[in-house]
Design a protein around this ligand. Structure first.
Ligand SMILES: NS(=O)(=O)c1ccco1
Ligand SMILES: [Zn+2]
Length: 258
């Protein structure tokens, strides 16, 4: 069966078709304070983000994905640990089946209900996402932890539409989402060199994980957990689409904060 998150085709089986799963720069990782070092030379992140139109797709049982039209460059990331400019191509999420697990990265072993990923490709060096996706300096992904609490107004523009795309491969247009409002107030982040957390697991990602989580309401989390998938042949809820933490294998994790 093609890869997924069930026992038969989940993260521990991926190595059979994607040997890089046992590579030395795999993601996610546990962000352990004993492995992180404050780096005063880290620049602030610089977002040139503005409200943009996108299409939300229940992308065949891995997650829901908002694809942006990156032919112009409405959303560009630079600064922080990055050299050059990175264009946002898509954003998506990972979640569990309860609010205590679901994120991919963890902080000293603590996991969150979900994790938002904003995927950018290096538009200073490559001409599109497909060219950049397998290059060691090809991608930059911002990870934002999500916990249950107050409703999140901007994410509501997405979660309100999810009931319309519960069936796999269904899609819907969404205009006017402002990715800037999907970032936490604090600029504090961790950064390290890693990989895609889903096959093909390319070791092409400079990870930037924000320290401060976003809050969403329990109703919003339920809307996310109500997406369906046919991945495992059965028509069932798409849950626990997160990869467990991988070996740091000697990598350093830098913190932009003390
Ligand atoms: N989950 S993630 O952001 O590493 C990703 C992007 C594309 C494939 O996997
Ligand atoms: Zn992801």
């Amino acid at each position: 069966p093609s890869w997924g998150y069930s026992k038969a085709n989940g993260p521990y089986t991926w190595v059979s078709h994607f040997p890089i799963a046992q590579g030395s720069r795999q993601s996610p990782v546990d962000l352990r304070s004993s492995d992180t070092r404050f780096d005063a030379k880290l620049q602030p992140l610089n977002y040139h983000y503005m409200p943009t139109s996108s299409r939300i797709l229940n992308n065949n049982g891995f997650s829901f994905k908002l694809s942006f039209d990156d032919s112009s460059d409405p959303c560009v990331l630079s600064g922080g640990p990055l050299d050059g400019h990175f264009r946002m191509n898509q954003l998506h999420m990972h979640w569990g089946c309860d609010e205590h697990a679901g994120s991919e990265h963890s902080v000293d072993g603590n996991t969150y209900a979900a994790e938002l990923h904003m995927v950018h490709w290096n538009s200073s060096k490559y001409s599109n996402m497909q060219q950049a996706v397998a290059q060691p300096d090809g991608l930059a992904v911002i990870g934002v932890f999500i916990q249950v609490g107050a409703e999140h107004k901007e994410l509501k523009k997405i979660t309100d539409l999810l009931p319309m795309i519960t069936q796999q491969d269904s899609k819907i247009e969404l205009s006017g989402l402002n990715p800037l409002l999907l970032l936490p107030c604090s600029p504090a982040y961790w950064t390290y060199l890693g990989s895609l957390t889903t096959p093909p697991l390319y070791e092409s990602v400079t990870w930037i994980v924000m320290k401060e989580p976003l809050s969403i309401s329990s109703q919003q989390l339920e809307a996310i957990q109500s997406l369906y998938s046919l991945r495992s042949g059965k028509h069932e809820r798409l849950l626990n689409n997160y990869r467990p933490p991988q070996l740091l294998a000697g990598r350093e994790i830098r913190a932009s904060f003390k």
